[in-house]
Write a protein that binds this ligand. Structure first.
Ligand code: 6PG
Length: 243
């Protein structure tokens, strides 16, 4: 694993840098494999990046969009990660609708929808049941508690290692989430983390020793891939001499 940590002055600089890395990863994936499989993060931080990407002219038919996690709400709910990405980016560009593969939340249960997305991934990547999808690029955020995707501290989702998608749990609320093994076979993972409220968790995550169950983002280390941490000074300024 190649790990890179960049501390940028502010959110705008983090977004600028992530845009550069994302565009390079898309270009390289298409050049090498004829397509790019990109996993989107939810939350607020990536929204300006998605708005930037809406101004880019990309080979849309070769770009395939997935989500790393989803709140268990309808696709038009204000909290929906799908809705945020569509409004900021995907509904504003000519990407083929079939290339956009959200985590649907309209099944009979979160467990059913997790199984459904898992099956979708197996079909798209033409996987044997025991294999995990290898995404070209995974975008991730991190909560102040050290969660990433919807892999929350001390939850059962952290233990799931036999399938690509499971049900996360945020304070009793179900979420859909990719699992740790999927994140760790990705070719490239980019964390975008900003804000002073993330500082304490980052200190735990970058500590030589630590509790992966308490700080799930510690577990993300793509074995054969690139790992990028793009931090603003407020979040990562005290890490300068530790990274
Ligand atoms: C979600 C995300 C989650 C997010 C972090 C950071 O569904 O909320 O996938 O993992 O990335 O909570 O969120 P912010 O970017 O809003 O700080």
């Amino acid at each position: 694993m190649a790990k890179h940590v960049e501390i940028c002055p502010d959110l705008a600089a983090v977004v600028d840098r992530s845009r550069e890395l994302v565009l390079e990863a898309i270009r390289a994936a298409i050049e090498q494999r004829g397509r790019c499989t990109l996993v989107l993060a939810g939350g607020n931080t990536p929204k300006p990046l998605y708005e930037y990407l809406a101004t880019e002219d990309l080979p849309w038919e070769r770009l395939h969009i997935f989500w790393g996690d989803e709140r268990y709400v309808s696709a038009d709910h204000p909290d929906s990660n799908q809705r945020m990405a569509r409004e900021a980016w995907l509904d504003r560009v000519p990407i083929p609708p079939d290339n956009v593969r959200p985590m649907n939340t309209d099944g009979s249960s979160p467990e059913d929808d997790a199984r459904r997305y898992n099956s979708q991934l197996q079909e798209f990547f033409q996987l044997e049941p025991e294999n995990f999808p290898v995404f070209d690029l995974v975008l991730l955020g991190m909560g102040a508690d050290g969660h990433t995707a919807s892999l929350f501290p001390h939850t059962d989702a952290l233990k799931v290692c036999d399938r690509a998608v499971t049900v996360g749990n945020k304070d009793g609320q179900p979420r859909l989430t990719l699992t740790i093994p999927v994140l760790n076979v990705a070719r490239c993972v980019i964390f975008m983390v900003v804000g002073a409220n993330k500082q304490a968790a980052l200190s735990e995550i970058f500590a030589p020793e630590g509790n992966n169950n308490a700080y799930p983002a510690r577990t993300v280390c793509p074995v054969n891939g690139e790992l990028w941490w793009l931090l603003d000074t407020a979040a990562g300024g005290n890490l300068v001499d530790r990274v």
